[in-house]
Design a protein around this ligand. Structure first.
Ligand SMILES: Cc1cc2nc3c(=O)[nH]c(=O)nc-3n(C[C@H](O)[C@H](O)[C@H](O)COP(=O)(O)OP(=O)(O)OC[C@H]3O[C@@H](n4cnc5c(N)ncnc54)[C@H](O)[C@@H]3O)c2cc1C
Length: 476
């Protein structure tokens, strides 16, 4: 669905000058124009229809990124950084005539430093490649999400991605020790810090994490590795209501000494879709109200099994859990996770959808979901909604769809109603996907006027010509 992008005053003569200047600073494979621009550069997974960029720049070095940005600054020409284009908020979708700057040729692991437990990587490297490299070296890189095979670490940093393991290891921000960033004027800012502690003044790299390519282009990163894990104890638990979900979460965290590494919740509507339309095997019957996918990764899953199972037994005895299936093999673990990862397929099946990514204080999540459900039942009967999320972090996703023919009007009405609930319960309009284009009209529900003013001041200071991803997060 179309969301407003800033219109670019298009001067064909100047456009040709920009293209020629880009051609001069890139090798032949580094610039796509006209019919050579593939459809994949026009949109992401948000469903936002793409507009034709003037060119797609595909630099292969930091110096080339700097040269591209210098050209765009000289001509006040907008630039849209693109990673793996799996974003769900439209952040990487180009405005018409903008220059799309794709990092897809800047891929590769530069170094794994076992003494410092760090991994140095180019920004265009797919997340899964990083996970596998860390594992090969005996470490663990905990950032994990369904789009792992396609999303890039630069995009993960741009969105401050969360995912499945936040409950134990934090967001992307907590896994980034150092960055190299190119500023809009082409200045290369090297902040390739390898230390966990570094309070030598403000944390400048933090400015480029979660700011969706509006302040600069991330070209390299130093990532923090964690000790390797050998496997996981995994269970799928059917739970009676949301109060029981919280009791299970807190009990498991206490008994397992903070080692719970995922606590994903699927309400029955999601579980039913995953096991019917999604075609995933159902390990438990599909008529329970709520399902929790819980795992505890560690170095000795077999030795930890009795403790893990004692948590489930306690939950069953207390009546919080109604049923439970414990994975008996790695294949079982993968099958349980397939339920949660099937969201990628479901987004395609139910398109056009609205994808909500809200957060609430955990104690208010049950009430939040009930209020949203009531809105759907009373105001939008007949439109399907599926509720699931990284509930251990207070994050619930809602996929609403397919939308009727008047999709844009319905979308607005549902968004308005949902985000008012988010505001009333002091939640956030974006827990992890970012603001991009889709949540821009609702940012004020989660940020005060003073915060919005400071965001504008920072943007003005770093990008005075406003060339970096204009129209995303905020209109300036
Ligand atoms: C099936 C599926 C499951 C998902 N699950 C999760 C999840 O659990 N948690 C979660 O947080 N997200 C999830 N997402 C959303 C998405 O995968 C993440 O937002 C991801 O971090 C985006 O990475 P990307 O490389 O695809 O970025 P893109 O979509 O290409 O870009 C995202 C934003 O980052 C900016 N950007 C990209 N590269 C750079 C760079 N090098 N420098 C500066 N800015 C840059 C872009 O301009 C844009 O604003 C999911 C998506 C799908 C399709």
């Amino acid at each position: 669905m179309t969301h407003s992008q800033p219109a670019i005053a298009f001067d064909p003569v100047q456009a040709q000058t920009v293209v020629q200047a880009l051609r001069d600073c890139l090798d032949p494979a580094g610039l796509l124009t006209g019919d050579d621009i593939g459809a994949r550069y026009l949109t992401d997974w948000s469903g936002e229809p793409g507009q034709m960029p003037l060119a797609v720049a595909r630099p292969s070095t930091t110096e080339q990124v700097a040269a591209v940005l210098k050209v765009c600054t000289a001509h006040s020409w907008p630039v849209v950084p693109q990673g793996g284009l799996t974003g769900l908020a439209g952040g990487a979708v180009p405005a018409q005539h903008a220059v799309a700057l794709s990092l897809d040729r800047m891929s590769g692991i530069e170094a794994i430093d076992t003494a410092n437990a760090t991994l140095t990587v180019l920004a265009g490297t797919p997340l899964q490649t990083i996970q596998e490299a860390a594992e090969g070296a005996g470490f663990f890189f905990p950032l994990d999400l369904g789009a792992r095979g396609s999303c890039q670490i630069g995009g993960n940093i741009g969105t401050n991605a969360g995912g499945n393991r936040v409950i134990r290891y934090g967001m992307t921000r907590d896994l980034v020790l150092g960055l190299e960033v190119v500023l809009p004027d082409g200045t290369v800012l090297s902040m390739m810090n390898k230390m966990i502690k570094n309070n030598a003044g403000p944390d400048l790299k933090g400015l480029f994490i979660g700011t969706e390519g509006t302040l600069g282009v991330v070209t390299r990163a130093v990532l923090r590795l964690h000790p390797g894990v050998k496997g996981a104890n995994t269970a799928l638990v059917a739970v009676s209501d949301f109060d029981a979900v919280i009791k299970l979460l807190r009990h498991a965290q206490q008994q397992l000494s903070g080692r719970v590494s995922a606590f994903e919740v699927m309400w029955s509507d999601y579980y039913r879709c995953a096991t019917t339309a999604g075609g995933i095997r159902a390990p438990l019957p599909s008529d329970y109200p709520i399902y929790v996918l819980m795992d505890m990764q560690g170095s000795e899953p077999e030795a930890s099994a009795p403790l893990f199972e004692s948590v489930l037994e306690h939950a069953l005895a207390q009546g919080w859990a109604l049923d439970a299936a414990v994975a008996q093999s790695h294949a079982d673990t993968l099958a349980f996770w397939a339920l949660r990862d099937s969201i990628g397929e479901m987004l395609k099946t139910f398109a056009p959808t609205i994808n909500f990514d809200v957060s609430f204080p955990i104690s208010l999540m049950g009430e939040g979901v009930e209020r949203l459900r009531q809105i759907m039942d009373t105001q939008f009967p007949g439109i399907q909604a599926m509720y699931f999320g990284h509930v251990g972090d207070g994050n619930v996703h809602i996929v609403v769809g397919p939308l009727p023919d008047d999709a844009r009007k319905t979308e607005h009405a549902i968004e308005d109603a949902f985000y008012q609930v988010t505001a009333a319960l002091e939640g956030s309009v974006s827990a992890e996907h970012g603001i991009g284009l889709h949540k821009k009209p609702y940012l004020h529900y989660s940020r005060t006027p003073e915060e919005l003013a400071l965001i504008r001041t920072l943007k003005q200071a770093i990008d005075p010509k406003g060339i970096m991803n204009p129209g995303k997060i905020l209109s300036m």
